[in-house]
Design a protein. Structure first.
Lengths: 116, 888
């Protein structure tokens, strides 16, 4: 099978944030929003329409899927849907992380040469 | 705060159904929570990004849904290719024809004159004026940025200096500021210039790009070369830009000669016409100063013209209150009088509406029929949770997809039609429409029409067919009883509308086609291939007026003596020319008791004209060479002999004998020496015509078509050679042009009419085809609906004929109603159109009385429509009752 993950790069920022939030495990929409907010210390806020629109497209692109697994009953919110990464989604996320890492490395190298 | 929350709810509600189904509730909750928090912390302005987020995502989600709908619609259509094909074909035909009409007619009316920078500010006087007046108008600098004079359709003999045959081309005689007034810049060299070419006797000439390419092969060094024009040397100073081939005319102009040229170069300028206040021959082209309206310019011109008329002692006194100068916008290829524009635009709009209307009605009826057959599918989808709005949207997408595909097909069709039209040989001097090909305007038009029609005409069917009672529909599927036969149901209205439209289109177009076609029926009793027409123009071959007069006196005898030429006659224009709109009309008053005045067309013909045409006069005699001499010498003071055609004689003298009677036009007195059959009928009308004798003056000042020599021959190519030899023997310098048989000439002359008839005929055929398709589809659908009912009837003993009648009766009622409405509509429309335009009035007058139309069209339409109903009805009669009843 041809690896399609390259075709998604570079990822849109909001897609990247969603995938990153799902990397740890299943999460629902509101959870993703909170996670992103916390991770970026309030700098990136996924507004609901953008969030769910992106989720819809990520599902269509088969990067994420709805998860049948629910958290423990006492923590479960029955009205919420949970999402998780697909295998493709994980590959895409990794590829994007690698790409960003290379960028960051490049920046460091540049800084060093400038500093010297 | 609650307001912000409510607003958020409203906007979230507006998202597409599918989206809400999956994410709506969570989005609403998250959003509401956020709204509360943010409003508490940052006030209302803090909510702005959140609202903006909704507002931006809303259209995005809809677009994505639409894409999905269209994909789904494409799959659905692919599953029923027959339905799709018929739908695309009918929309394609409709949109294709409309686009075709749009790209030619509509653009002709509205497209700005190519390469003219001042196009939007141009205006032209409707009637020609004298050059002196134009010079006075030009002084009004506060009103006009410039005023140019031009005369169109002027023939020139080009070349012929080193033994080559001169070529006759058409050009415009223009004032030196012509190009500056239009705002046309040179492609090469320079355009005419008021300073450089203002002095009389200038020899500058400007070529059209077309002519430069065809005659000089696009040579780069053309500027500065010498061109022989009517035997005189002219200097080519420039080449006009590619798209520009003259103003105010459809016929392309190849050379632009300044009015300051010598009379030898342009015989039209003889007799000092530039300084003759009464020679009103020039079109006045105004470039309005910025901010000056057409009305203001018109009012000012009226005042100036009245003053000029009053100051001129020789001018006939005028008491009229009417405006002396009427302006029309001139920024398009053909300036059209302002009061005619709404008529022409209206005509096109009506055509569009009828053609597209029929196609769209077809689409609507097809969608209804299809919807009814899919009731089971729709019911299933409704019962498992699809919203009705969702299904409506789905069906609209299908209609729109059909319409869009139809639009593509239609655009292809219009391109093909244009290519086909280009294949038809253009006669020389016929309007060439290089700029009128299908352009992106046409494509855009087709697209917009397709989208609008697709949406508009699938809404109603979609709403109707999704109104399904789920239970019965699930049980019975397509066979479920409909809400009953509704006399004013959507489907019936659509059929009636369709028949009405077809009837109107067929009748209106039929009137026009027959009215126009009548003109093409005119022709002589003999074989038109056995008459050869050849034209010559002594003046443009370098003759002085004296020499031309001498030629006139001796030419007939020398031709007879040569033995090469059979029976012949001369005329100032080819026979059956039918260009009555351009001919000057004579108002003739009968002397004596009746005092009637008739405005008649006039033809100038030589001795033996009617004999050569095999048209014996009804009374009296025709012109002899002696008549030509007396008519030419004004000194004798005798009345000029005239021959009237039957219609003219009847309108002047009723049933009295016209021979020997006198008629007058002002001071000019004519004596009727003969009455001829009605020969020329132009648009099929019996135009009253007066024939005047050819005189030496016609040789000294020939019109644009020169002098025509008409020769009867036994056929064969050597006849032409004989005529050439005979003319060469008279004077080798005389160039023959437009040498052709009468048949060829008539063919060219009818070209425009034939094109029009072909186009209109094609449209009428299309209308018929479309209606038949729609009717057959709808009747077939009705039969399928009533299969069970028919089966029961037949099981109970109904005979085939009764079933047939049952099905046909419903169709016939609708067809009948549509036809009556269509007939009334066509009558009303033709009245409106004729009231507004004389060309229509004439065509309708001739066409409307034609039994072929008044009886034939309804019969044809009824026949086709009934046939379209009969085919499915026959199928109904062949229903096997057992099978139909078993099908539960």
């Amino acid at each position: 099978m041809v690896d399609r993950s390259e075709s998604f790069l570079p990822l849109k920022p909001q897609w990247f944030h969603i995938l990153l939030s799902l990397a740890a495990g299943e999460q629902h929409g509101y959870g993703i929003m909170q996670d992103v907010l916390g991770r970026t210390t309030g700098k990136v806020r996924l507004w609901p329409a953008t969030l769910y629109g992106s989720l819809k497209r990520l599902i269509e692109a088969e990067l994420i899927e709805e998860s049948p697994r629910r958290p423990a009953p006492e923590m479960d919110d029955a009205r919420r849907r949970y999402y998780r990464l697909t295998a493709l989604g994980r590959r895409v996320l990794n590829a994007e992380c690698e790409r960003l890492q290379e960028l960051v490395d490049a920046i460091h190298t540049k800084r060093r040469t400038v500093a010297e | 705060m609650t307001m912000a929350r409510r607003l958020y709810q409203r906007m979230a509600e507006a998202f597409p159904h599918e989206f809400k189904l999956a994410f709506g509730e969570e989005m609403l909750r998250d959003g509401e929570d956020a709204v509360e928090q943010i409003a508490q912390r940052r006030g209302l302005t803090g909510l702005l990004p959140q609202m903006a987020d909704l507002a931006v995502r809303l259209p995005v989600e809809y677009l994505s849904e639409m894409r999905r709908d269209l994909r789904y619609a494409a799959r659905a259509l692919a599953k029923s290719p027959g339905f799709a094909l018929v739908g695309i074909l009918s929309m394609g035909l409709g949109i294709g024809l409309a686009t075709s009409i749009y790209s030619t007619g509509w653009q002709l009316l509205n497209q700005p004159l190519p390469d003219a920078a001042n196009a939007s500010r141009l205006a032209m006087a409707e009637a020609p004026v004298s050059y002196m007046y134009i010079e006075r108008y030009r002084e009004q600098r506060n009103l006009f940025s410039g005023v140019a004079a031009l005369e169109t359709g002027i023939p020139f003999n080009v070349g012929g200096n080193n033994g080559t045959k001169p070529q006759r081309v058409f050009g415009q005689l223009v004032s030196p500021d012509f190009f500056a007034v239009l705002g046309v810049n040179a492609e090469q060299g320079r355009m005419l210039d008021p300073v450089l070419d203002g002095a009389s006797g200038t020899t500058s000439v400007v070529l059209s790009d077309r002519y430069w390419r065809s005659y000089f092969g696009g040579a780069a060094d053309v500027v500065g070369q010498t061109l022989r024009l009517n035997g005189q040397n002219a200097t080519i100073v420039g080449v006009a830009p590619r798209g520009f081939d003259g103003a105010a005319t459809l016929s392309p102009s190849d050379v632009f000669v300044p009015v300051t040229a010598s009379a030898a170069m342009a015989p039209e300028l003889a007799n000092d016409v530039l300084h003759a206040p009464h020679v009103r021959r020039f079109a006045a082209l105004f470039c309005l100063a910025p901010g000056v309206t057409l009305d203001r310019a018109e009012a000012a011109l009226d005042g100036i013209t009245r003053r000029l008329d009053k100051d001129d002692p020789a001018a006939p006194p005028q008491q009229d209150k009417a405006k002396r100068v009427v302006l029309m916008p001139a920024g398009t290829r053909v300036p059209i009088p302002r009061k005619m524009l709404p008529v022409l635009d209206g005509f096109y709009v009506v055509l569009f509406a009828l053609i597209l209307g029929i196609a769209c009605m077809n689409l609507a009826t097809m969608l209804i029929a299809r919807g009814a057959n899919r009731r089971r599918e729709l019911a299933i989808r409704l019962s498992i949770g699809a919203s009705r709005w969702r299904l409506v949207r789905q069906m609209i997408s299908e209609g729109m997809l059909l319409s869009l595909l139809g639009g593509v097909a239609g655009f292809g069709l219009s391109v093909a039609l244009n290519a086909l039209n280009a294949q038809v040989p253009h006669p020389a001097g016929a309007p060439v429409s290089s700029a009128m090909g299908v352009s992106w305007h046409g494509a855009l038009f087709a697209f917009v029409v397709a989208v609008i029609c697709g949406i508009a005409f699938s809404v109603a069917p979609a709403v109707q067919t999704t109104h399904v009672a789920v239970g019965p529909a699930l049980k019975q599927g397509a066979a479920a009883q409909l809400a009953g036969y509704r006399r004013f149901g959507l489907r019936n209205l659509a059929i009636v509308g369709q028949v009405t439209g077809s009837m109107m289109l067929l009748l209106i177009i039929g009137f026009l086609a027959i009215g126009i076609g009548r003109g093409a029926e005119v022709g002589p009793r003999f074989d038109v291939r056995r008459m050869i027409l050849a034209s010559f123009d002594p003046v443009r071959d370098g003759y002085t007026p004296e020499k031309a007069t001498a030629l006139f006196a001796t030419l007939p005898e020398r031709l007879r003596d040569s033995g090469e030429v059979g029976r012949f006659a001369l005329a100032a224009q080819p026979p059956f020319s039918g260009n009555d709109e351009t001919d000057a009309n004579l108002p003739l008053a009968a002397d004596g008791a009746s005092k009637k005045i008739a405005v008649v067309a006039n033809d100038t013909v030589g001795a033996g004209y009617f004999a050569v045409l095999d048209e014996p006069l009804l009374a009296g005699r025709e012109f002899t060479e002696a008549d030509e001499r007396t008519a030419g010498s004004a000194a004798t003071g005798a009345a000029t002999p005239v021959i009237l055609n039957a219609t003219a004689a009847r309108s002047l003298f009723a049933k009295e004998n016209a021979i020997g009677r006198r008629v007058r036009n002002g001071n000019q007195v004519y004596e009727v020496i003969g009455v001829a059959q009605d020969l020329r009928t132009g648009l099929g009308m019996q135009l009253p015509t007066a024939y005047l004798p050819l005189t030496a003056r016609n040789f000294a000042q020939p019109g644009p078509s020169g002098i025509t020599l008409m020769v009867r021959t036994g056929g064969g190519a050597d006849a032409v050679a004989g005529i050439r030899r005979a003319m060469a023997a008279v004077d080798p310098k005389l160039t023959l042009f437009d040498v052709q048989t009468l048949g060829d000439y008539l063919e060219l002359n009818r070209y425009a009419m034939k094109t029009a008839t072909r186009t209109y005929g094609g449209m009428a055929l299309f209308a018929l085809l479309l209606s038949a398709m729609g009717l057959a589809g709808v009747t077939g659908y009705a039969v399928a609906q009533r299969k069970k009912e028919i089966g029961i009837r037949m099981a109970l003993g109904a005979r085939k004929l009764q079933v047939l009648r049952l099905v046909l009766r419903e169709g016939a009622t609708l067809i009948g109603a549509g036809m009556i409405l269509g007939f009334l509509g066509a009558m009303a429309l033709s009245r409106i159109l004729s009231a507004m335009l004389t060309v229509f009035a004439r065509a309708f007058q001739v066409g409307a009385g034609d039994p072929r139309l008044v009886v034939g069209v309804p019969l044809l339409l009824a026949g086709v429509a009934l046939l379209a109903c009969w085919i499915p009805a026959r199928r109904a009669a062949q229903i096997d009752p057992l099978e139909a009843l078993r099908q539960e």
